[in-house]
Design a protein around this ligand. Sequence first.
Ligand code: SF4
Length: 330
Amino acid sequence: MLARFFDADESRCGLCARRCRILPGETGFCRVRQNVGGTLYTKTYGRLTACGTDPIEKKPLNHFLPGSTTLSISSFSCNFTCLHCQNHELSQCPDADTAEAMPMNIISSAKETGVQSISFTYNEPTVFYEFMYDTAREVKRAGLKTAMVTNGYLSEEAQKEIAPYMDAVRVDLKAFSDAFYRDVCGGAALQPVLDTIVRTKELGCHLELVTLLIPGLNNSEEELSSMLEWEMETLGPAVPHHFTAFYPMYKMRDVPPAAYSHLDAAFRLAKRAGLYYPYTGNLHHPEGTTTYCPDCGAVLIRRRGYLADASGMENGRCSRCGRRIEGVFE
Ligand code: SF4
């Protein structure tokens, strides 16, 4: 399948912030976009490694149709090479065993399973952008919602094109330093991710952030305070932000897991910074899995595992004081 966002004069792919120069016979950093005789092709179109239902809370998305199920779609490869990737068998694979599908097959599966949304997830969806774009358009036509789980490295032009067809975007804000993005994520940088986060909000998509806390690498009080200060100044207090606990994984098996105290410290810091909706994940921390009304403090959504009980809300508002809660609840 022909790949988009290719400047043939410069042999440059413009799909993500890496903007690889790909000469004939070569592939880009993600290894799935290939220049064949001056034309760029993608290897991932319609090639699925997963198509199954999940609770939306698993993404995690806490303010997007809580308690609903979503159809998770993935392909293979990534434009990052994170040392701690939990899906490295998919993300670091340049070619995988896949099932062939077209966008209309996804719609049929969605209707059969009765989900309310389709999520592009598990591996970085930027590297199967063309299929995600075609599918998201069909999903919207079918009256369902769409969500993208991303590292936030897609280019401005790619993001702007898909935004009208993407209801929710969950971005990994992996750290707040260039050094982390360079050393842990494979020579990446922080600023393109921040730009994507800001644009997501400007483009009117529902936004949630996730930071996986890795002890000693991205969880110092100084770094998290800088992150939260930027977030409050740039996005305001109402973007849900999930702080999740690291477990030793892939090429980072020598780093200890995050402890309850790391998670709780980040959660308290976010509260003190003024965030309305800080959350925690991967460790039992009941306060960090509950949604509270920022005005009256009532419990709106209580979660246990991936189960969500939103009986404290009605039509997207706090049942006690009537405050509208930021997110997509209808
Ligand atoms: S998607 Fe990104 S990593 Fe892949 S070829 Fe294009 S610019 Fe390079």
